[in-house]
Ligand binder design. Structure first.
Ligand SMILES: [Zn+2]
Length: 151
């Protein structure tokens, strides 16, 4: 879907979703959207569901587990992702209790950066990029590659 407004005029929604989650949140948060924007928002939510359903490619971080990772956790204040299967305790490699945050839904990355990195764009880029990579997202995010990711 092509966007015809704002700073991404001419770009596709697929590309925006894979490069700028902060802007996606802005779109989703518009309080009284017109019909065109309503259609964009509905399509964005549909694609977010597809994004969230994409499996992770890495293995669980628990030593000797050997299972595929299904969950991503970050240590508060760190941009580094750790990957865990459904069964293993993400604290089992020594993280202090209460210090891990799960990044589960699309908007969780933006939440995490807003809360622990003062919403800094550069940190959001690094962390979101890593999440996308874990889901075998395209690099670079061309129009065609973004479309393929969501189809
Ligand atoms: Zn495991």
């Amino acid at each position: 879907m092509k966007i015809t407004f704002g700073k991404y005029d001419g770009k596709t929604l697929e590309q925006i979703l894979l490069t700028d989650p902060a802007y996606v949140r802005q779109i989703l948060s518009v309080s009284d959207p017109d019909d065109d924007l309503k259609a964009v928002i509905a399509e964005a939510w549909r694609m977010i569901e597809l994004f969230e359903a994409k499996p992770l490619t890495g293995m669980c971080y628990k030593i000797n587990c050997g299972k595929a990772a299904t969950r991503i956790f970050l240590y508060i204040g760190s941009p580094a992702l750790t990957f865990w299967c459904d069964k293993c305790d993400p604290y089992s490699r020594g993280a202090t209790q209460g210090k891990l945050r799960e990044v589960k839904e699309y908007l969780d990355v933006e939440d995490y950066v807003a809360r622990y990195f003062k919403g800094r764009k550069s940190d959001l880029q690094v962390i979101f990029r890593a999440v996308l990579e874990a889901k075998e997202g395209p690099k670079p995010v061309t129009e065609r590659a973004a479309k393929a990711f969501f189809s």
